[in-house]
Design a protein around this ligand. Structure first.
Ligand code: PMP
Length: 361
């Protein structure tokens, strides 16, 4: 384990080392069952016990009320972009979307195929460096729901509060899921691909209030129908078994760490180390995002001398700090510091940034 790198990837992302070790121990013969989790029937008692515990632990961790269903689906968060209008609207309905970055934009584009989308607010004119104040949102009357992206992974823009609107709130929490406490009761639905904060790619968590179910369109594919998935305990078809198992190990760990308040404290401290390195650099490094909405998970930054960015990324990698290249659509650098990134990684990056600066001035 000593030769493991500090992996700042935006996802799939680093997983806790003790979780990987536990999975390794159980890999060939899970708890004396004589087979690996990958080889088990999803309908057998061993796998059912794994899936049930994962759901129970997620409910405990987030304090999910009983009138919410928890689903473990496939297709990624991207599939939910279509599932959401197909489950909750008719073609004549109107829905509100807040556009704060690339993922919210993709959700809008997909929803437009199915329903009338009102973009109630957008920060596109500012290159997605802020979140428009709620007082400026132009909500439509009679919208079926309001959708927003809780954390824009590419732009590093994060909602720091839960909007209050009179319609069901639906939020994409893919990149800040389980990074802090969230009051689930304020939402109609929360969803997240697991491959950043929870487990290996392949599973998407949907948490949905049960009174919203049962109104899907006749043409909604069964695989995208939340009511069908809920009736079948997410096992309408073969679920992403191994990913669910790994998520279960992470959930167990987060509970033992003391829950999401503790997780949030660690995340804030880690992010502060890197934001401080940026703000203390006298403009050598710059984060374009407005202070008030800077993400605790994804930290984009650029250099005053952009010609040096390539060298920065390469030299960081030589020092064991990898995956720092910004998303291809925005350039620059991005440090993703999800739950599993240790403080040591954030500190090592901050130190590297200072050294790189003094070596180049
Ligand atoms: N939403 C957000 C906020 C994301 O970060 C991502 C993935 N990077 C997606 C949606 C798409 O997720 P998936 O790849 O699981 O479809």
């Amino acid at each position: 384990t000593t030769d493991r790198l500090f992996n700042f990837s935006a996802g799939p992302a680093c997983l806790p080392i003790d979780v990987l070790q536990e999975a390794q121990e159980d890999l060939i013969n899970w708890k004396g069952s004589g087979m690996s989790v990958m080889e088990m029937s999803h309908r057998g008692k061993d796998f059912i016990s794994i899936a049930d515990k994962a759901e129970a632990d997620l409910r405990a961790l987030m304090g999910i009320p009983d009138n919410y269903k928890v689903l473990f689906l496939q297709g990624g968060a991207s599939t939910q972009f279509a599932s959401i209008p197909l489950n909750f609207t008719t073609a004549e309905d109107t829905v509100d979307y807040i556009q704060t970055g690339s993922w919210g934009s993709k959700a809008i584009k997909e929803a437009q195929k199915y329903v009338n989308v009102n973009v109630a607010a957008t920060d596109k004119p500012n290159n997605f460096t802020n979140i428009p104040a709620q007082s400026e949102w132009e909500l439509s009357s009679g919208a079926k729901y309001l959708h927003f992206c809780a954390n824009e992974t590419i732009q590093g823009v994060e909602f720091k509060y839960t909007p209050e609107v009179g319609v069901p709130l639906i939020a994409d929490f893919s990149s800040n899921f389980l990074s802090k406490p969230v009051d689930v009761s304020k939402y109609g639905m929360i969803y997240a691909g697991v491959q950043k904060n929870l487990g290996p790619a392949g599973c998407t968590v949907v948490i949905v209030r049960d009174d919203l179910l049962g109104n899907s369109r006749p043409e909604c594919p069964a695989m995208l129908d939340y009511a069908i998935m809920a009736e079948n305990d997410s096992m309408y078809n073969t679920p992403p078994c191994f990913s669910i198992y790994m998520c279960g190990l992470v959930l167990d760990k987060l509970l033992k760490m003391g829950g999401l308040s503790e997780v949030e404290k660690n995340n804030k401290a880690k992010a502060a180390v890197i934001y401080d390195a940026i703000s203390g650099s006298d403009g050598y490094y710059n984060c374009p995002v407005n202070d008030a909405v800077r993400s605790c998970m994804n930290i984009p930054f650029t250099m005053a001398d952009s010609d040096l960015e390539k060298e920065f990324i390469a030299t960081a990698a030589e020092n064991g700090l990898v995956q720092l290249k910004g998303h291809r659509s925005v350039g620059g650098m991005r440090a993703s510091v999800y739950n599993a990134m240790p403080m040591e990684g954030a500190e090592k990056l901050a130190k590297f940034m200072k050294e790189f600066q003094s070596n180049h001035s």
